[in-house]
Design a protein around this ligand. Sequence first.
Ligand code: ASP
Ligand code: MG
Length: 465
Amino acid sequence: MIVMKFGGSSLGDAERIHQVGSIISGKAEEEEVLVVVSAMEGITDQLETCARLSLEGDGGREKLIEEIRSSHESVAEQLLEEGAAKAKRQIGNKLDRLGDICDSIATLGELTLQTKDLILSLGEQFSALLLSQHLKEEGHSSSSVNGSEIIVTDQRFGSANPLMDKTKEKIRSVLPPKIRAGEIPVVTGFIAATEEGKPSTLGRGGSDYTATLLGGLLDVDAVWIWTDVDGVKRADPDIVSNATTLPRLTYEEAAELSYFGAQVIHPKSIDPVAKNQVPLVIKNTQNPEGPDTTILNGGKSSTGLKSVTSISDLTLITVKGHGMIGVPGIAAEVFTAVAEAEVNVLMISQSSSEQNITFLVERRSAPKAIESLKGTLEEEIRRSIIRDIVTEEPVSIVAAVGSGLRHQAGIDSGVFESLARRGVNLLSIAQGSSDHNISVVVANQDERVAVQSIYEWIQSENQQS
Ligand code: ASP
Ligand code: MG
């Protein structure tokens, strides 16, 4: 059995959904197929805007709901035959209800994460309904399955965590009987429910996670993630237009790339497949026979650098103070303060010669982090143990990802030399905490050149080996 997940870009319009239908039909002739879908392209963003406008009491929400309605209606009309009217009615009813929910949000001036999840969960329900009806009209037996019936989560609305045992039980009782009966289930990605049955979501981009949860818990032969690029590239194609596809990656490398901003796959989604060593394949709906990437450990995967990725619009915060030497616990205090402000730290580097702690956060959360730092460290600042808290922005982190990096001579120096040759000024370097990446911080304006030069170095190394 194989799980096939189609992202929003593969479900952009009727023509693309038709193409998805052909891919599924082709595979279903060879083996059992379980389908997972995202919402149609752009729909979740529109729903999110709709929720925000409602909270602001903005009448523009009504126009937005009509736009969502008309994009789905036109897909239903172009894609479906006898099922078109019914699909339009079902989607229309849900959108009417959305209108009511938005009115109450506007009246109350309140939007909880729980209500927001309820709103965001609509997109996947619509796309699953349309695709499953299309498969039926193509002669398959199919039904749409709402993720809230099979994935049980905690109460962290907005980014809920699956409760594995309960989820496993549900998945195993609902899906295999359908598949054994010859059906192709189309499961809504991203959506789940709490134990009490309240709708929750797995966080933006969470459809990948749904696919790997199903794949891991059903122990399938493979999970195929369909997107609109030829697998995972050695660099972001927006920065390096001719970047080549990586045939193989390990789970750790894929997780590292996702963490550092590559739009490979939702970071949480590696775990369920890695646990059961289920191969994860990234493929392109627009080029199904083209190059793809298989994520799996062992086999031919080699050591060395594989890919380069980056995240921009960050702030580098440095806590300075000569007095910090020999004063225990300052680093702990610094990071506790940042954590209390609920700010995520992307990279830490501490120099031993200067008594500085430098770390990287998203630019938009930097003010919160600094405010919290100043509060927590008030006493140290007063006593001049801490001299200053300085920031540099906007900066980017550029991460070269691979395996066995600590045990191979010449990789660090190769990366640094390639950057120096192009005149890139390094603001900070992460100390080798991970065997899977070398990361540097550069000014935003140097990001592209930094990525390009590291990419070129990776290409030349791979050609030599
Ligand atoms: N539709 C959701 C989102 O846009 C989930 C997904 O596409 O993976 O975030
Ligand atoms: Mg995605």
